[in-house]
Design a binder for this molecule. Structure first.
Ligand code: SAM
Length: 278
Protein backbone atom coordinates (compact mmCIF):
# COMPACT_ATOMS: atom_id res chain seq x y z
CA UNK A 1 0.00 0.00 0.00
CA UNK A 2 1.25 3.47 -0.88
CA UNK A 3 2.02 5.87 1.95
CA UNK A 4 0.41 9.26 2.57
CA UNK A 5 1.65 12.82 2.22
CA UNK A 6 0.69 14.82 5.30
CA UNK A 7 0.81 18.61 4.91
CA UNK A 8 1.41 19.71 8.49
CA UNK A 9 1.05 23.26 9.85
CA UNK A 10 3.55 24.39 12.50
CA UNK A 11 3.44 27.44 14.84
CA UNK A 12 4.01 31.00 13.54
CA UNK A 13 5.66 32.09 16.79
CA UNK A 14 4.18 30.58 19.93
CA UNK A 15 5.39 26.99 20.26
CA UNK A 16 2.14 25.93 21.95
CA UNK A 17 0.20 26.57 18.74
CA UNK A 18 0.94 23.07 17.56
CA UNK A 19 -1.84 20.51 17.53
CA UNK A 20 -1.68 17.10 19.18
CA UNK A 21 -2.50 15.59 15.81
CA UNK A 22 0.38 17.46 14.15
CA UNK A 23 2.73 16.16 16.85
CA UNK A 24 1.54 12.57 16.43
CA UNK A 25 1.75 12.80 12.64
CA UNK A 26 5.35 14.01 12.75
CA UNK A 27 6.24 11.33 15.31
CA UNK A 28 4.76 8.43 13.38
CA UNK A 29 5.67 9.23 9.77
CA UNK A 30 8.85 7.78 8.27
CA UNK A 31 10.34 11.09 7.13
CA UNK A 32 9.74 14.83 7.53
CA UNK A 33 10.37 16.98 4.45
CA UNK A 34 11.25 20.37 5.92
CA UNK A 35 11.85 23.74 4.25
CA UNK A 36 14.88 24.21 6.52
CA UNK A 37 15.83 21.22 8.67
CA UNK A 38 17.93 23.33 11.07
CA UNK A 39 15.14 25.87 11.59
CA UNK A 40 12.57 23.13 12.27
CA UNK A 41 15.01 21.39 14.65
CA UNK A 42 13.92 23.78 17.42
CA UNK A 43 10.24 22.76 17.20
CA UNK A 44 11.05 19.08 16.73
CA UNK A 45 13.30 18.94 19.78
CA UNK A 46 10.76 20.91 21.89
CA UNK A 47 8.23 18.17 21.13
CA UNK A 48 10.77 15.28 21.31
CA UNK A 49 10.13 14.36 17.69
CA UNK A 50 12.99 12.15 16.49
CA UNK A 51 11.77 11.32 12.98
CA UNK A 52 14.50 11.83 10.33
CA UNK A 53 14.24 15.06 8.32
CA UNK A 54 15.21 15.91 4.77
CA UNK A 55 15.37 19.37 3.18
CA UNK A 56 12.65 20.22 0.67
CA UNK A 57 12.61 23.83 -0.51
CA UNK A 58 12.27 25.97 -3.62
CA UNK A 59 15.83 25.23 -4.76
CA UNK A 60 15.85 21.43 -4.49
CA UNK A 61 12.15 20.55 -4.95
CA UNK A 62 12.90 19.51 -8.57
CA UNK A 63 15.10 16.61 -7.51
CA UNK A 64 13.55 15.99 -4.07
CA UNK A 65 10.01 15.46 -5.33
CA UNK A 66 10.69 12.24 -7.35
CA UNK A 67 12.65 10.82 -4.41
CA UNK A 68 9.82 11.48 -1.93
CA UNK A 69 7.16 10.24 -4.35
CA UNK A 70 9.13 6.99 -4.77
CA UNK A 71 9.31 6.54 -1.01
CA UNK A 72 5.56 7.02 -0.65
CA UNK A 73 4.93 4.58 -3.48
CA UNK A 74 6.92 2.06 -1.46
CA UNK A 75 4.67 2.64 1.54
CA UNK A 76 6.42 5.36 3.57
CA UNK A 77 4.39 8.17 5.10
CA UNK A 78 5.91 11.63 4.51
CA UNK A 79 5.14 14.85 6.41
CA UNK A 80 5.73 18.19 4.75
CA UNK A 81 6.47 21.18 7.00
CA UNK A 82 7.73 24.71 6.36
CA UNK A 83 9.61 27.10 8.64
CA UNK A 84 6.37 28.46 10.09
CA UNK A 85 2.65 28.17 9.60
CA UNK A 86 0.95 26.31 6.80
CA UNK A 87 3.15 24.89 4.03
CA UNK A 88 2.47 26.25 0.50
CA UNK A 89 1.08 29.53 1.86
CA UNK A 90 3.88 31.77 0.53
CA UNK A 91 6.04 28.74 1.29
CA UNK A 92 7.44 25.76 -0.64
CA UNK A 93 5.60 22.49 -1.20
CA UNK A 94 3.35 23.06 -4.21
CA UNK A 95 5.33 20.81 -6.55
CA UNK A 96 5.39 17.96 -4.05
CA UNK A 97 1.65 18.15 -3.37
CA UNK A 98 0.85 18.35 -7.09
CA UNK A 99 3.13 15.39 -7.85
CA UNK A 100 1.52 13.34 -5.06
CA UNK A 101 -1.91 13.91 -6.64
CA UNK A 102 -0.57 12.98 -10.05
CA UNK A 103 0.92 9.77 -8.63
CA UNK A 104 -2.38 8.84 -6.97
CA UNK A 105 -0.94 9.29 -3.49
CA UNK A 106 -3.30 10.37 -0.72
CA UNK A 107 -2.72 13.94 0.50
CA UNK A 108 -3.89 14.79 4.01
CA UNK A 109 -3.80 18.30 5.52
CA UNK A 110 -3.07 18.64 9.23
CA UNK A 111 -4.36 22.20 9.80
CA UNK A 112 -2.97 24.78 12.18
CA UNK A 113 -1.49 28.26 12.29
CA UNK A 114 -1.46 30.55 9.28
CA UNK A 115 -0.44 34.21 9.63
CA UNK A 116 -2.87 35.42 6.95
CA UNK A 117 -5.92 33.83 8.57
CA UNK A 118 -4.84 34.80 12.09
CA UNK A 119 -4.43 38.43 10.99
CA UNK A 120 -7.76 38.47 9.17
CA UNK A 121 -9.57 36.97 12.17
CA UNK A 122 -8.33 39.77 14.45
CA UNK A 123 -8.40 42.65 11.94
CA UNK A 124 -11.95 43.87 12.45
CA UNK A 125 -12.30 44.05 8.66
CA UNK A 126 -14.94 42.14 6.69
CA UNK A 127 -13.95 38.48 6.56
CA UNK A 128 -16.79 37.08 4.46
CA UNK A 129 -14.88 37.62 1.20
CA UNK A 130 -11.14 38.11 1.07
CA UNK A 131 -8.18 37.73 -1.24
CA UNK A 132 -4.77 36.54 -0.09
CA UNK A 133 -2.19 38.41 -2.17
CA UNK A 134 1.05 37.09 -0.66
CA UNK A 135 4.02 39.49 -0.84
CA UNK A 136 3.74 42.72 -2.83
CA UNK A 137 6.54 43.33 -5.39
CA UNK A 138 9.69 44.77 -3.84
CA UNK A 139 10.13 47.59 -6.38
CA UNK A 140 7.92 50.67 -6.18
CA UNK A 141 6.85 50.73 -9.83
CA UNK A 142 5.74 47.08 -9.86
CA UNK A 143 4.16 47.45 -6.43
CA UNK A 144 2.06 50.41 -7.54
CA UNK A 145 0.99 48.53 -10.67
CA UNK A 146 -0.16 45.59 -8.53
CA UNK A 147 -1.98 47.93 -6.15
CA UNK A 148 -3.60 49.71 -9.07
CA UNK A 149 -5.02 46.40 -10.29
CA UNK A 150 -6.46 45.77 -6.79
CA UNK A 151 -7.76 49.29 -6.17
CA UNK A 152 -11.40 48.50 -7.02
CA UNK A 153 -11.45 44.99 -5.54
CA UNK A 154 -14.33 44.90 -3.05
CA UNK A 155 -12.87 42.00 -1.08
CA UNK A 156 -10.65 42.44 1.97
CA UNK A 157 -7.03 42.12 0.83
CA UNK A 158 -4.32 40.32 2.79
CA UNK A 159 -0.62 41.01 2.17
CA UNK A 160 2.50 39.56 3.71
CA UNK A 161 5.13 42.24 4.16
CA UNK A 162 8.83 42.36 5.01
CA UNK A 163 9.63 44.76 7.89
CA UNK A 164 12.10 46.83 5.83
CA UNK A 165 9.41 47.44 3.21
CA UNK A 166 6.38 48.20 5.39
CA UNK A 167 6.89 51.96 5.26
CA UNK A 168 7.30 52.10 1.46
CA UNK A 169 4.29 49.83 0.98
CA UNK A 170 2.15 52.00 3.26
CA UNK A 171 3.23 55.10 1.32
CA UNK A 172 2.21 53.43 -1.96
CA UNK A 173 -1.04 52.10 -0.47
CA UNK A 174 -1.94 55.61 0.68
CA UNK A 175 -1.21 56.98 -2.76
CA UNK A 176 -3.14 54.33 -4.69
CA UNK A 177 -6.01 53.45 -2.30
CA UNK A 178 -6.32 56.84 -0.56
CA UNK A 179 -5.61 57.67 3.06
CA UNK A 180 -9.15 56.92 4.29
CA UNK A 181 -9.24 53.20 3.46
CA UNK A 182 -9.54 51.04 6.61
CA UNK A 183 -6.67 48.63 7.24
CA UNK A 184 -4.97 46.62 9.96
CA UNK A 185 -1.33 45.88 10.72
CA UNK A 186 -0.87 42.52 12.44
CA UNK A 187 2.74 42.27 13.60
CA UNK A 188 4.56 39.52 15.47
CA UNK A 189 1.37 37.49 15.90
CA UNK A 190 1.53 35.15 18.93
CA UNK A 191 4.93 36.60 19.95
CA UNK A 192 6.03 38.91 22.78
CA UNK A 193 5.65 42.15 20.81
CA UNK A 194 2.40 41.24 19.09
CA UNK A 195 0.68 44.36 17.71
CA UNK A 196 -2.75 44.41 16.14
CA UNK A 197 -3.68 47.92 15.03
CA UNK A 198 -6.72 48.83 12.99
CA UNK A 199 -6.93 52.35 11.56
CA UNK A 200 -7.08 54.18 8.25
CA UNK A 201 -4.14 53.80 5.86
CA UNK A 202 -3.20 57.43 6.59
CA UNK A 203 -3.16 56.80 10.34
CA UNK A 204 -1.21 53.56 9.96
CA UNK A 205 1.44 55.36 7.92
CA UNK A 206 1.88 57.93 10.72
CA UNK A 207 1.88 55.15 13.32
CA UNK A 208 4.76 53.31 11.61
CA UNK A 209 6.63 56.55 10.80
CA UNK A 210 6.54 57.56 14.46
CA UNK A 211 7.62 54.23 15.95
CA UNK A 212 10.56 52.43 14.36
CA UNK A 213 9.67 49.28 16.34
CA UNK A 214 6.83 48.85 13.86
CA UNK A 215 9.44 48.24 11.17
CA UNK A 216 10.64 45.10 12.91
CA UNK A 217 9.53 41.49 12.98
CA UNK A 218 6.95 39.74 10.84
CA UNK A 219 4.00 41.63 9.43
CA UNK A 220 0.64 40.98 7.80
CA UNK A 221 -1.23 43.91 6.31
CA UNK A 222 -4.99 43.54 5.96
CA UNK A 223 -6.71 46.18 3.82
CA UNK A 224 -10.45 46.77 3.56
CA UNK A 225 -12.01 46.36 0.12
CA UNK A 226 -13.19 49.09 -2.23
CA UNK A 227 -16.41 50.72 -1.11
CA UNK A 228 -18.27 52.25 -4.06
CA UNK A 229 -20.73 54.15 -1.83
CA UNK A 230 -17.91 55.67 0.18
CA UNK A 231 -16.23 56.64 -3.07
CA UNK A 232 -19.36 58.52 -4.20
CA UNK A 233 -19.54 60.30 -0.84
CA UNK A 234 -15.86 61.19 -1.04
CA UNK A 235 -16.22 62.46 -4.62
CA UNK A 236 -19.18 64.64 -3.63
CA UNK A 237 -17.29 66.05 -0.65
CA UNK A 238 -14.18 66.71 -2.77
CA UNK A 239 -16.22 68.44 -5.47
CA UNK A 240 -17.84 70.65 -2.82
CA UNK A 241 -14.42 71.59 -1.44
CA UNK A 242 -12.96 72.27 -4.90
CA UNK A 243 -15.94 74.43 -5.91
CA UNK A 244 -15.54 76.54 -2.79
CA UNK A 245 -11.78 76.94 -3.29
CA UNK A 246 -12.29 77.87 -6.94
CA UNK A 247 -14.36 80.86 -5.86
CA UNK A 248 -11.20 82.46 -4.41
CA UNK A 249 -8.26 80.70 -6.04
CA UNK A 250 -6.96 79.86 -9.50
CA UNK A 251 -7.30 76.21 -10.60
CA UNK A 252 -3.71 75.22 -9.80
CA UNK A 253 -3.76 76.69 -6.27
CA UNK A 254 -7.21 75.22 -5.57
CA UNK A 255 -6.01 71.76 -6.64
CA UNK A 256 -2.83 72.13 -4.55
CA UNK A 257 -4.74 73.11 -1.40
CA UNK A 258 -7.43 70.44 -1.91
CA UNK A 259 -4.68 67.85 -2.37
CA UNK A 260 -3.08 68.87 0.93
CA UNK A 261 -6.43 68.65 2.70
CA UNK A 262 -7.67 65.36 1.21
CA UNK A 263 -4.49 63.43 0.38
CA UNK A 264 -5.76 62.93 -3.19
CA UNK A 265 -3.19 63.35 -5.97
CA UNK A 266 -2.79 66.98 -7.09
CA UNK A 267 -2.98 66.06 -10.77
CA UNK A 268 -6.26 64.22 -10.30
CA UNK A 269 -7.74 67.23 -8.51
CA UNK A 270 -6.37 69.62 -11.12
CA UNK A 271 -8.21 67.74 -13.88
CA UNK A 272 -11.40 67.66 -11.79
CA UNK A 273 -11.10 71.38 -10.99
CA UNK A 274 -10.83 72.14 -14.72
CA UNK A 275 -14.05 70.18 -15.35
CA UNK A 276 -15.86 71.93 -12.48
CA UNK A 277 -14.79 75.33 -13.73
CA UNK A 278 -16.28 74.71 -17.22
N1 SAM B 1 3.41 29.77 5.67
C1 SAM B 1 3.32 30.90 6.53
C2 SAM B 1 1.89 31.06 7.02
O1 SAM B 1 1.14 30.08 7.02
O2 SAM B 1 1.50 32.13 7.45
C3 SAM B 1 3.84 32.15 5.88
C4 SAM B 1 5.26 32.05 5.40
S1 SAM B 1 5.87 33.50 4.61
C5 SAM B 1 7.42 32.96 4.01
C6 SAM B 1 6.39 34.50 5.95
C7 SAM B 1 5.54 35.76 6.10
O3 SAM B 1 4.34 35.42 6.80
C8 SAM B 1 6.19 36.84 6.93
O4 SAM B 1 7.05 37.67 6.16
C9 SAM B 1 4.99 37.62 7.44
O5 SAM B 1 4.49 38.47 6.44
C10 SAM B 1 3.99 36.47 7.67
N2 SAM B 1 4.11 35.97 9.06
C11 SAM B 1 4.60 34.78 9.45
N3 SAM B 1 4.55 34.68 10.80
C12 SAM B 1 4.02 35.84 11.26
C13 SAM B 1 3.72 36.36 12.55
N4 SAM B 1 3.97 35.65 13.66
N5 SAM B 1 3.17 37.59 12.63
C14 SAM B 1 2.91 38.31 11.53
N6 SAM B 1 3.19 37.87 10.28
C15 SAM B 1 3.73 36.66 10.14
Amino acid sequence: MAGTLFVVATPIGHLDDFSRRAEQTLKTCQIIAAEDTRHSGHLLSAYSINTPTTPCHDHNEGQKVPELIARMQQGDHVSLISDAGTPLISDPGFRLVRAAHEAGIRVVPVPGACAAISALSASGLPSDRFSFEGFLPAKTHARKQTLDSLKKDTRTLIFYEAPHRILDSLIDLNEVFGKDRQACIAREITKTFETIKKATLGELLEFVKNDSNQERGEIVLVVGGYDAEQEVENTEATDKLLKRLLQDLPVKAAAQLASELTGIKKNELYQRALQLKD
